[in-house]
Design a protein around this ligand. Sequence first.
Ligand code: PLP
Length: 398
Amino acid sequence: MLTMAGRMAQLGTESAFEVLARAKALEAEGRSIINLGIGQPDFATPAHIVEAGRKALADGHHGYTPANGILPLREAVAADLHSRHNVTVSPDQVLAVPGGKVTMFFAMMMFGEPGAEIIYPNPGFPIYESVIRFSGATPIAMPLYEEAGFSFNAEEVLAKITPRTRLIILNSPANPTGGAVPRRELDRLARGLEDHPHVAILSDEIYGEMVYDGAEHVSLLTYPALRERVILLDGWSKTYAMTGWRLGYGVWPESLFAAAERLAINCHSCVNAATQYAGIAALTGPKEPSRKMVAAFAERRRYIVDALNSLPGVRCATPGGAFYAFPNIGGTGFDSRTLQGRLLDETGVATISGTSFGALGEGYLRFSYAASLAALEEAVERIRGWLGRQDNARAKRA
Ligand code: PLP
């Protein structure tokens, strides 16, 4: 009989991968599936980036690199942050890691332990709550409000801070809601956090370059009073359609960098060398492919928000960023999990139950609109037909 460590029972998961498996199984049975469940761009990595990775392999970049990443990559990150946010970051604070997730795992393992509290967005990326629990810390939910465009309320968040709070996790633009926190709300939170110098801040800005009209992405790095405590999480997965390359980075305060690098050395040694060269090409090369992709998302967003709002029992706030819509489905009479399952089984449309992103996601479904307009239209019409049939059946029973 094998005995695993008790903490393994605390580890959650990302049910997008389970929905993907079920969708694939249905597809294998010959069903027509429209997958709006998975959170990755439906675009190929731009050709010049692929070419840089290929060339790096051909040029013999086959060995280990420094654990923190090759210097030109870290310099490119620092230059990119300067051009996007007008902030100065030393390449020595940049830790290249295999994907965005690694920075969040490291931050939570660094600060989480029994007795510690970590504040995290709910509904939010499911890995936050999962790894907080895994670390032994107590997860403290930061509620996000539909009526506020899925922003938090700064006063409410600040009131949750106790002497045990070690870390607060922010994510804007957000998964799963698409919410982008308005500058004034972030200003209020930042000002309040100045009074709590024992709290570190993990700012997950992986969707930072996907914001749409009116919305704004404000980086936590732009608050000088907090710079000594902000860990920035960013990466290439979304902006450059590079989810499978596994490349991300953290910008760590000087006081935490050595500990983060030590976690990297214990865990993965370094990022795949060729991928790092591809990452340089992404940051220093033409940005047109990324811009085109974001323009396509903007068009799809316009369509899907209107279309979802036209469905009976569904109400959809306009998301400020990322590529997710998070409609309120309370009026359909179904709970989120049931609706997710029945839509997949009975219409072939894969979505993700809001409860996969935390208890406060009940009453919502996540739609990824990283899919063609034609696929989105077909999905909405299938759902409209299905909802209509449920209404008819209900009317007959009444
Ligand atoms: N942070 C958020 C909010 C995400 O939605 C994701 C991916 O879905 C990640 C981080 C992780 O990205 P990566 O695939 O680069 O690990």
